[in-house]
Each structure stands twice: as structure tokens, then as C-alpha cells.
Design a protein around this ligand. Structure first.
Ligand code: PMM
Length: 289
């Protein structure tokens, strides 16, 4: 059974399979699609194309979180994402906003975004929980320990699965105390955020522990470095970013069989196929579109 958050638009609430969330980074420097979609019209066209390929939701972000990335001023972030959110919503495309800032989340939801995706899980902006509480949309709480310029120094875990579950449970407690309805929360282990490859694999191996916290799950493995290193050449060269989609699709299929609510991916078509295969495998053939 797939757990899903309350507060989704009817079309997304009705889905019984894992959702495919398409990545749309309106940034100059994201590791996979950075620099391609800074022009709002190009970004809206790409988001619409991902939707036509079968994405259920398009996740629009204006601030890169790649290791080492620096913060973007709030007004720049808003100027990048708001026209794109508005353009996609006008085209009938469901949108989530990928932001660590309350002001951006509020403006994006006013422009029609229906989910807030916060990679900091509320830790980056003390106003985030109260803002989200007032918005009444689903809220993705990702596991996070610090901004990208220092996250590589934050990779110490006693037991990564136990530590991530405990830290996420603490975020949930604070979010609910701040007025966010627990049934709107989604949890995400934050693959690659203050985590080495072994940590990512352990978290995927023990997704059931994360599911045991009782919330819908979102997984963002798409094209990440741990897939590149897994698929290294014999001489140790990592598989290039744009050749990691088959591995991403495999993660999608396995995550879908485990009942995760959503996968966040760059290549929608392959993950959508994987989700449909997993759903058919599970159900004996009956699958939503
Ligand atoms: N990863 C990235 C950005 N946003 N959001 C969630 N919820 N989970 C993730 O794993 C996640 C995210 C970084 O990847 P990108 O540069 O391709 O957007």
C-alpha cells in the first residue's frame, strides 16, 4: 500500500501507483540540468515536455544544492522560479516548489504550486514551518545537516539509518508543533546530502525503517554521484551524469515496489515505465495511467 499526503489536487490524490516527479532546475549550476533552463520560456517548455512524457508533478527549483554550491539571494531565487511556476500552472501542469525559504514557498503556492519541497526539512529558515502551516499543502521534509558549502564535512554517522530516522522524526515533531498537519508531511532520506555512497545504499537497503516512521516517502536518486561511482569503468572513471538514467530507472522500480509515494527524476519516461512495471508486478496487471 502506498501512503500519500493529504492536501493534493484530486488528480494526484487519486493515483494508486508511485508518482513520478520531474526535475526542473532554473539555475545556472545544478549538476545535471544547470544552465539549460534559465530562460523562463525554455523552462516552461521543458516542464511541459516532462509532463507530456508522463510526469505527475514538476518540481521547480531556483537554487542549486550541489556539493559546494553557494546560496542565492532570495530575490534572485524568486525571480527565477515564480514566472516558471505561473507559466506551468497556466498550462495545467501540477507544480511543486523546491525551496528552503518560506518567502519563496509562500509566493510559489500563491502562484499555484501545490506541494512545498524543502531539502533542509525546515532547518534553513526558521519561518518555514509557520509559513507551510498556513499554506495547507503537502510538505516534503528532506534529511539535511547543513548547506552545500559545508555538507561534505557533516557525513559522520554512528548508524546512518538510525541517525537519519531519528533526525527526521525530530523534524516531524517540530513541524507538527508549529502547526503543520501530520497528514501533509512526506519524508525523504536526502540521498547525497551529507552522505557518502555507502550511506545512500544503506538508506535504500533499509527503506522499510524509514517507512516505519509512518509517513509517505519521496526518493531523489536521479543521476546522483553514488550511481556514477557504482557504474565506474575498469579504470575507475565514474559514469558521466547523462549516462545514469538506466541506473536511476532501476532505483525507481525498486523504490516503487517498496511503496514509496514519489520519485524525483530528470528522465521521466524511463522512470514512468519503471513505475508502471512495478505497479503491474505488484497488482497482477492493473495499473493507473
Ligand atoms: N535532490 C536535489 C534537489 N532537490 N529534493 C528532494 N526532496 N530530494 C532530493 O533528493 C533532492 C531534492 C538535488 O538534485 P538536482 O540538482 O538534480 O535537483
Amino acid at each position: 500500500m502506498i501512503r500519500r499526503p493529504e492536501g493534493l489536487p484530486a488528480r494526484l490524490a487519486a493515483l494508486r501507483r508511485t508518482m513520478v516527479v520531474g526535475v526542473l532546475n532554473v539555475t545556472p549550476d545544478s549538476f545535471s540540468d544547470g544552465g539549460h533552463f534559465l530562460d523562463p520560456a525554455a523552462a516552461v517548455a521543458h516542464g511541459t515536455a516532462l509532463w507530456e512524457q508522463g510526469a505527475d508533478l514538476i518540481d521547480v527549483g531556483g537554487e542549486s544544492t550541489r556539493p559546494g554550491a553557494l546560496r542565492v539571494p532570495p530575490q534572485d531565487e524568486a525571480a527565477r522560479v515564480l514566472p516558471v511556476v505561473a507559466g506551468l500552472v497556466a498550462a495545467g501542469v501540477p507544480v511543486s516548489i523546491d525551496t528552503m525559504r518560506a518567502s519563496t514557498a509562500e509566493a510559489a503556492v500563491s502562484a499555484g504550486a501545490c506541494v512545498v519541497n524543502d531539502v533542509s526539512g525546515g532547518l534553513a529558515d526558521p519561518s518555514m514551518y509557520s509559513a507551510v502551516a498556513g499554506l495547507g499543502v503537502p510538505y516534503v521534509v528532506m534529511h539535511w545537516r547543513g548547506h552545500s558549502d559545508r555538507m561534505e564535512s557533516l557525513v559522520r554517522y554512528d548508524d546512518v539509518v538510525v541517525d537519519v530516522c531519528r533526525e527526521l522524526a525530530q523534524r516531524v515533531e517540530e513541524a507538527v508543533a508549529a502547526g503543520i498537519s501530520a497528514d501533509r508531511l512526506v519524508l525523504d532520506p536526502g540521498l547525497g546530502f551529507a552522505k557518502e555512497a555507502v550511506h545512500n545504499w544503506l538508506l535504500l537497503r533499509h527503506l522499510d525503517a524509514l517507512a516505519g516512521l509512518g509517513f509517505p516517502l519521496l526518493i531523489g536518486a536521479s543521476r546522483k554521484r553514488f550511481l556514477g561511482s557504482l557504474l565506474s569503468d575498469v579504470d575507475g572513471t565514474a559514469r558521466p551524469v547523462d549516462e545514469r538514467d538506466a541506473a536511476t530507472d532501476a532505483v525507481t522500480a525498486l523504490a516503487a515496489v517498496q511503496g514509496v509515494w514519489a520519485v524525483r527524476v530528470h528522465d521521466v519516461r524511463g522512470s514512468k515505465d519503471a513505475v508502471r512495471v512495478a505497479a503491474a508486478w505488484h497488482s497482477g496487471g492493473a495499473v493507473d495511467g
